[in-house]
Ligand binder design. Structure first.
Ligand code: GLN
Length: 487
């Protein structure tokens, strides 16, 4: 029998409602799985066992009283860039190793209010910069499908935890692919919403014009439920959108007949692992079998997306990370004067990738170079937005692989930043354009590693994204549990 911690949130909600299990039992199952697997995975930086059991007991009371929201009693993990009041939040960095936020990020505040259960804070690349989780100051996370391989990044801990039953679902953040790429590499569903749909309040900033909070789940239905709980206008985030939030679960009709699906032609070229291309193409054929109208579409400017991203994101990061000066919070390394103190603090507190980004960004923003680099990158961003507009005039959703390859080996790309940056070549364009995208598992490669398919939709059309993803998931009916757990 499938253990409680390996079930989907929607199945568990039903069992809870019928009184066939309790939130305390489900929470204990997740904690036991963490006891068993954390020595191998390192997916969590902080566990909140006591808090979780307390919240679970309270959720059980609410569920017993019969008026609990859909997320009540379901154990959740949060990426450690999401602020949690009273619970250490490190961003995977030495500079915030002992930082305890005085407030909750809005997504968690909403979930907590709805009776959600917090299992802990998950490992990630330092300040969410990376694609493999090897940039964490607290050691890499390992992929539950193969412990010698990376889980992807930067939200690798959240992805691995959900794949391995160490959490039923999780939140991560996606600035250039950090939800979708690890979801693809760990065989779970990863949703990056429209920029501004989910509040960024309390998300510790990396690149503010690109940062989004996204979901990791075991099913598309779960993604719809979790997104529903965190989406919508929030007073503390000026960029959060005022639009009414539709009923995402109601959008899961299973019907994709006559829906226009555009396969992105640029996404099947050089550098794409043949098994990934074949897996994605085969899944598209299934959508055609279901009655979707499939065609090819070109997004020519997306060739420049990676270059534009690696100017815009580091520029914003260099500005956002200026606040870690040893004065107000986090690490302080004393010096003879304040300048030496700051230099020593930042020198000791930040890892090599974060320093590389700060230097790149500071250079790109400097007088005389600003127009040539940052200004130019912003123009490219506009062209990419136009590419999407043109594509969405002809197609309802777009398809590509989520990542060019399945999970790579630990150490394989750490010494080659450019090779690492290429992992995000298919995910970054959606962040630059602000459009929503989702990664769904579509099978395994010859080494038994998960393949992810990415769907992209127009701004605020998460309903469409979820509808197509859910239809595909039903059609494929995969059971992608890692051997570690299935054994
Ligand atoms: N891997 C990309 C980067 O290193 C994206 C990170 C993210 O989405 N947070 O910037």
């Amino acid at each position: 029998m499938t253990e409680l911690c390996d079930r989907s949130a929607s199945e568990l909600a039903e069992l809870l409602r019928r009184g066939e299990t309790s939130s305390v039992e489900v929470t204990r199952a997740c904690l036991a799985r963490m006891d068993a697997l954390e020595p191998h995975l390192n997916a969590y930086l902080t566990r909140t066992d006591d808090l979780a059991l307390e919240q679970a007991a309270r959720a059980d009371e609410r569920i017993g009283a019969g008026d609990a929201p859909a997320v009540a009693g379901i154990p959740l993990a949060l990426k450690d860039v999401l602020s949690t009041r009273g619970v250490r939040t490190t961003c995977g960095s030495r500079i915030l190793e002992t930082y305890v936020p005085p407030f909750d990020c809005t997504p968690w505040a909403r979930l907590a209010e709805a009776g959600s259960v917090l299992l802990g804070k998950t490992n990630c690349d330092e300040f969410a910069m990376g694609s493999s989780n090897e940039n964490s100051a607290f050691g890499p996370v390992r992929n539950p499908f193969d412990l010698e391989r990376v889980p992807g990044g930067s939200s690798g801990g959240s992805a691995a935890a959900v794949a391995a039953g160490e959490a039923v679902w999780a939140l991560g953040t996606d600035t250039g692919g950090s939800v979708r790429q690890p979801a693809a590499l760990c065989g779970v569903v990863g949703l990056k919403p429209t920029y501004g749909l989910v509040s960024r309040y309390g998300l510790i900033a990396f690149a503010s014009s690109l940062d989004t909070v996204g979901t990791f789940t075991r099913s598309v239905r779960d993604a719809a439920v979790l997104l529903q709980a965190i989406a919508g206008k929030a007073p503390m985030d000026a960029t959060s959108l005022p639009d009414p939030v539709p009923d995402y679960v109601a959008a899961l009709t299973g019907d994709v007949r006559r829906l226009r699906v555009g396969v992105i032609s640029e996404a099947f070229g050089e550098g794409v692992q043949p098994a990934v291309a074949a897996g994605v193409r085969a899944a598209v054929d299934r959508l055609a079998d279901l009655g979707a109208d499939v065609g090819e579409v070109s997004l020519p400017q997306t060739d420049y997306a990676l270059s534009a991203y690696y100017l815009i994101a580091p520029s914003e990061a260099s500005s956002n990370l200026a606040r870690y000066d040893g004065v107000r919070y986090g690490l302080r390394v004393e010096g003879r004067d304040s300048v030496e103190m700051m230099a020593r603090t930042r020198g000791a507190g930040f890892g090599p990738e974060v320093k590389r980004r700060i230097m790149l960004g500071t250079y790109a923003l400097s007088a005389g170079y600003y127009e040539a680099y940052y200004g130019q990158a912003q123009k490219v961003r506009t062209l990419i937005i136009r590419d999407y507009e043109a594509a969405f005039a002809r197609y309802d959703v777009l398809v590509s692989p989520t990542s060019p390859t399945t999970a790579f080996r630990l150490g394989e790309k750490v010494d080659d930043p450019l090779a690492m940056y290429l992992s995000d070549v298919f995910t970054i364009p959606a962040n630059l354009a602000g459009v929503p995208a989702i990664s769904v598992p579509v099978g395994l490669d010859e080494a038994g590693l998960p393949i992810g398919l990415q769907l992209t939709a127009p701004v605020l059309r998460e309903d469409l994204l979820l509808r197509v993803a859910d239809a595909l998931e039903r059609e494929l009916a995969l059971d992608l549990r890692p051997p570690l757990v299935a054994a």
